[in-house]
Ligand binder design. Sequence first.
Ligand code: SF4
Length: 308
Amino acid sequence: MERWGEKRYYSLDYFLKQTYGEKLYKITLNANLTCPNRDGAVGTGGCIFCSGQGSGDFAGCPEDSIAVQLAKGKADLNGKRPVHSYIAYFQAFTNTYAPVDKLESLYNEAIADPDVKILSIATRPDCLGEEVLALLSRINKRTPVWVELGLQTIHPDSASYIRRGYPLSVFDEAVRNLRGIGVTVIVHTILFLPGETKEQMLQTIAYLNHMDIQGIKLQLLHILKGTDLASDFLANPFHVPDMEEYVELLGECISHLSPRTVIHRLTGDGPKELLIAPLWTGRKRTVLNTLEHCLKEKDIWQGKEYHG
Ligand code: SF4
């Protein structure tokens, strides 16, 4: 059985400690951008689950400059524990969707801070044109760049239901292009999309095992107030797992996931004031403890069922 420190899976904490000798803390940033799935370029309604904050509900204040958001984020973190190194995480909306000179100035503002060791950029795979790739390549030579791609699922029916707005081939090409310039790729997936079976979710994991990606975020679908997903759910409730069912599925995903892929997230918590379901996700520590227990009891580790 492989082990990553105390864990049965390759956690982000483990990766960071091995690579940087310490834990790095994320500061989530809001660059006040928009998204082609909202401004009409691809769609106007956005992804069906996306809150008005563009999936950046915990990000900094968009009225503040990036430098100010970083300073506030550092002060918050340092109030709780001594922190020396950070990941500047452009989280809200689509962070490669703006004129390249504007992007360059935003990214430069973040990496000008010597405590920022990694620049992490959440975006859509259809917003990585040549000029953006050239910019990311330049920045990556100074500070490691991570690009986080919101794939969510490989299945076209689910992708259409959530109004993702691009086909799988666009994701494939984006991963190839990013890897061509040496950028680290992290993929966001959503578990328990309406109608998806366990087999389908594991097919997404199996597909990603054969892509040149370095990290994955596994996240349970959150139903947030004010989204079209919430309207669908309230009109016609679909299955939402309880914690035990979610943890069991997570165990299966971990078992099937390549042992080389770093797991950046296993659960998430939507903003309390917006979350309709599943409400138990607010108890993050309990979810992770239950997962540890489940992995041990079933003798599961990352890659146990992965056969190259
Ligand atoms: S791509 Fe991201 S920001 Fe845009 S609508 Fe979808 S989840 Fe929201």
